[in-house]
Design a protein around this ligand. Structure first.
Ligand SMILES: Cc1cc2nc3c(=O)[nH]c(=O)nc-3n(C[C@H](O)[C@H](O)[C@H](O)COP(=O)(O)O)c2cc1C
Length: 217
């Protein structure tokens, strides 16, 4: 927890910042509202406000969930990066519907997103990959993400191998690594309130627009 976030926790007696969702919010574009809440989370000093859980499922409905980092949010939706041969990727390729969830404790806020995952273009992945630290880029080459690892030294050996292979030159985007875009079909904003009378505002995609409704907490 950052100092700012700690200060906020103290100031609000661990209750976070209790604000409501104004009636007018139902008229808003949920992607704009997302940005507003995300900016507030970033400004609050929360560590890794961009971390979100990603739920995927096999075609026969067996779910799995893990954390990933939101790297881009724009009018298309939400982009994160991973290994295209990982368990999550195998599940998304076979079954594109996914769910994301953010929780910003100190703001007493949660955002749930449902949508479909698709790969971003190779150019977009290349642009992002180039911004990563060299060690992370080499690490992406070294990791056969989600495969069984017999011992730690095998991973370290693979890292050394690629480190030497690229010896000082460019570390290109691995062909098995890149981004997924989640195009949202449902976005729910949850604001904690006293006496468990929390506020929930959910937007469902309806053609080119969104239909908003409030839900009981
Ligand atoms: C805070 C946090 C952020 C993470 N971000 C990512 C990410 O952006 N991409 C990724 O592939 N794994 C990320 N991971 C690791 C994943 O949670 C997971 O262990 C890994 O992707 C393998 O998942 P899978 O076997 O279900 O594919 C992150 C883990 C944590 C705790």
């Amino acid at each position: 927890m950052s100092l700012k976030s700690f200060g906020r926790t103290i100031k609000t007696l661990g209750k976070g910042v209790v604000v409501g969702i104004p009636e007018a919010a139902a008229e808003r574009d949920p992607m704009e509202l997302f940005r507003e809440w995300f900016d507030a989370a970033r400004e609050s000093g929360i560590f890794l406000p961009e971390s979100m859980s990603l739920a995927t499922a096999t075609p026969d409905g067996v779910p799995s969930v893990r954390m990933v980092l939101l790297k881009t949010v724009d009018e298309r939706g939400f982009v994160f990066y991973t290994n295209y041969e990982s368990r999550k990727a195998v599940e998304m390729e076979a079954n594109p519907p996914v769910a994301l969830c953010f929780h910003w404790r100190v703001l007493e806020r949660q955002i749930r997103i449902e949508g479909r995952a698709e790969r971003v273009s190779q150019e977009e992945s290349e642009r992002y990959f180039a911004t990563r630290a060299r060690g992370s880029r080499i690490g992406a080459w070294a990791s056969k993400q989600s495969e069984a690892l017999p011992n730690r030294s095998e991973l370290e050996e693979r890292f050394r191998h690629y480190h030497d292979d690229f010896s000082g030159g460019d570390v290109p985007l691995p062909p098995f690594w890149g981004g997924y875009l989640v195009r949202p079909t449902r976005i729910e904003f949850w604001q904690g309130k006293a006496d468990r009378l929390h506020e929930r505002l959910v937007f469902d995609r309806a053609g080119d627009s969104w239909k908003a409704q409030r839900l009981y907490p």
